[in-house]
Design a protein around this ligand. Structure first.
Ligand SMILES: Cc1cc2nc3c(=O)[nH]c(=O)nc-3n(C[C@H](O)[C@H](O)[C@H](O)COP(=O)(O)OP(=O)(O)OC[C@H]3O[C@@H](n4cnc5c(N)ncnc54)[C@H](O)[C@@H]3O)c2cc1C
Length: 363
């Protein structure tokens, strides 16, 4: 195999985690390359709720102030604002030196160089890239996680629809994050400003569901307050997305091997979780800060990666357990399991927003 290029750090995937990791490294004076399979920045998913822990990480990346100007704070214990995904990824990308992100680069295979033990990334067009360190930020179907030996994430019986509704004369909603849960359906709304509101519906799904998002979202929220139904009815159709929910079970995170040689994972590739706490993106930002800090302070990459994994593991176990319990509570038909979830919530997670007080530390 002819190796065309050699890089210090190659980041696979230019989503929130990949871009944040590249930016965190750049702030520490370390260059990297981001290999993204899409031809442009991916902005699907309309909005993203960002709470105190996410804002702390964005401040460390030096983009907190700029992003705060794009979304108003909502009433919460701690800071909470909803961002447009497009603005978040564009802001992260614009802070990177030109040429850092390479679009149209899909990684299809990873191998270990038998001589140097360094990772060799194979692209769909036959290009081969060798790196001293490879970081998989390639999301839920991660090629890098597969190379490391992580199992594919589990498929939930729930799915999530999301979108924006823009009301020219003001939406009139209170400026707070409101979630309503009825039976197996969770509906939430999160205003970005006085006109634009982000909403999401988590509900049980069937394989045909992706084709008729609005009608299914509306059908599943029958009996919810009228203004919530109108919000979905009047949504901006272009902003709509629908995803099946995938997750890694917390006990897998407890003892999973997250490193193979100098290859590791971050973001959804490492710890995808249900959207029930709205934390996947914030946790991915925390990963980026810790990973860059470890790579900047340790001379040997393997030691840095082990330090990163050691620092992240219990945080990931805790947050994914809380998400898992909230998701199970919504999903299960069994009264016994429901009761068990409530007991677990009361014993371990009695502080509803305790997870947002986490501080991933300075970059
Ligand atoms: C319904 C729903 C609602 C959510 N709401 C919130 C919320 O309110 N707040 C929050 O914090 N989080 C939320 N999340 C979670 C959040 O969206 C994710 O955790 C976050 O986007 C993960 O970022 P990532 O960069 O790890 O992965 P991704 O965003 O999936 O990015 C992966 C990138 O890798 C690229 N890629 C994939 N494979 C390859 C390859 N082989 N080669 C090269 N590139 C590749 C992809 O094109 C993509 O750009 C929600 C998730 C869902 C499903």
């Amino acid at each position: 195999m002819d190796v065309a290029e050699l890089h210090g750090i190659a980041i696979v995937g230019g989503g929130i985690c990949g871009l944040a990791t590249a930016l965190a490294l750049y702030r520490k004076g370390i260059t990297s390359i981001v290999l993204e399979r899409a031809e442009t920045l991916r902005t699907t998913g309309a909005g993203i709720g960002m709470q105190s822990n996410g804002w702390r990480a964005l401040d460390q990346l030096g983009v907190g102030l700029k992003l705060r100007q794009t979304a108003i704070p909502v009433l919460r214990n701690g800071e909470a604002r909803c961002l447009k995904r497009s603005i978040l990824v564009e802001t992260l990308a614009n802070e990177l030196p030109t040429g850092t992100i390479r679009f149209g680069c899909q990684i299809i295979d990873v191998q270990m160089d038998p001589l140097t033990s360094l990772p060799i990334l194979q692209l769909h067009d036959g290009t081969v890239i060798k790196a001293k360190v490879a970081i998989g930020c390639d999301g839920v179907n991660s090629v890098i996680a597969n190379f490391i030996g992580l199992k594919p994430p589990k498929q939930s019986t729930m799915g999530g629809a999301r979108g924006f509704t823009n009301c020219e004369n003001g939406h009139g909603f209170s400026l707070e994050l409101v979630t309503i849960n009825k039976g197996h359906v969770l509906l939430g709304r999160f205003p970005l400003d006085h006109n634009l509101v982000y909403w999401f519906v988590a509900r049980p799904i069937t394989p045909q569901d992706t084709t008729k998002i609005i009608s299914l979202a509306l059908e599943s929220v029958k009996g919810f307050p009228r203004e919530m139904l109108e919000m979905i009815q009047n949504c901006d159709v272009d902003s709509l997305t629908f995803n099946g929910i995938r997750y890694r079970v917390p006990w897998e995170l407890l003892n999973a091997r997250f490193r193979k040689g100098t290859v590791t994972v971050a973001g959804d590739a490492m710890h995808v979780m249900g959207p029930f706490l709205g934390q996947g993106g914030s946790i991915a930002l925390e990963d980026a800060i810790v990973l860059a800090r470890c790579l900047a302070t340790q001379r040997r990459a393997e030691v840095a990666l082990d330090q990163y994994i050691g620092e992240r593991r219990m945080r990931l176990v805790q947050i994914s357990t809380k998400t898992y319990v909230v998701g199970t509570l919504l999903e299960t038909l069994s009264v016994v399991v429901k009761l068990l979830c409530i007991v677990l919530m009361v014993i371990f997670f009695c502080e509803r927003l305790g997870h947002t007080r986490y501080d991933c530390g300075d970059l």
